[in-house]
Design a protein. Sequence first.
Length: 154
Amino acid sequence: MKPLVLRHMMNAWPPFAASGIRVETIASDWSYARVALKFRPWNRNYMGTQFGGNLFKMCDPFWAILAIERMGRGFIVWDAAGAIEFVAPGRETVYAEFRMDDTTRDELIEAAAGGRKHLRWFENDIATADGTVVARAKKQLYIRRKPVRRRARS
């Protein structure tokens, strides 16, 4: 799938659309993504700030998607764990950015060589337009090279 197609599909996906989450960009080489969460009356919590579940939801799939696409289909990539730390009240639109550079991709490929599993944490800030950090999200990925299937001899 092309990044532009995935972006459009995710923006129409009810769990994102109903929450005010919008995928703004996914780089053509899958090295970067930027997501926004608009502050709306229906996604406020009891205290009148951004709902924490939506803050985590806006980050949930992106590290795995970038890793899958950057590493290639010869690898198994799963979310293994996640965490979020709430830093400040969010009372406006917030943004999250994800970067999977070549060095990180190469490290993941090397760590998963030979079929052994590799667990790696990724972290990103969720911040307002002026850079005020509202939360920090962490995702742990499980990465392993897919086993090579051998053809049966006839």
